[in-house]
Design a protein around this ligand. Structure first.
Ligand SMILES: [Zn+2]
Length: 153
């Protein structure tokens, strides 16, 4: 039984660096920053160096966001969204007139192209932000696995 004279209770605290490393990351804030194509950590630096090419690291805070691989998720999400937006348009503009149908086809095709090119980088930003926030890309490294991912290789 511990008495008053037993001294201070033992403190179980991790070193500061580990405590900061293990700090929770705000998932929705990182997702919003990713959608705006900004660094999920600071919200200031650019996430992408090209249309889809990731920047190696944040220009403002140095977070190595270029190591995060979203793989096919941005394309999947873009197809899902654009498909659900464009599909009803075919029914909305359905007509027996072949000229009007052709006009509707080109109009819908233009909508699909514009939406796809606008959404694809933002979906990439969204998934990079989500992966960064949830640390889903961080795994224990095997000896035969590369430890660093070079964008564009
Ligand atoms: Zn940053």
């Amino acid at each position: 039984m511990r008495g008053i004279d037993a001294g201070p209770a033992p403190v179980h605290s991790a070193p500061m660096s580990i405590a900061l490393e293990e700090a929770d990351r705000d998932t929705w804030l990182a997702a919003r920053r990713g959608l705006r194509l900004r660094c999920p950590a600071c919200g200031k630096g650019k996430l992408l160096a090209g249309y889809l090419r990731p920047a190696a690291a944040c220009s403002e805070c140095g977070e190595p966001t270029g190591e995060i691989r979203a793989d096919d998720a941005p394309a999947w999400a873009t197809i899902l969204l654009v498909g659900h937006i464009a599909s009803p348009l075919f029914f909305l503009f359905a007509t027996q007139d072949p000229t009007a149908s052709l006009m509707a086809f080109f109009l819908i095709a233009a909508v699909v192209l514009v939406l796809t090119f606008a959404l694809l980088p933002r979906m990439k930003g969204l998934f990079v932000g989500l992966i960064w926030a949830t640390r889903a890309g961080e795994t224990t490294q095997d000896a035969d696995q590369p430890t660093h991912y070079e964008p564009g290789t």
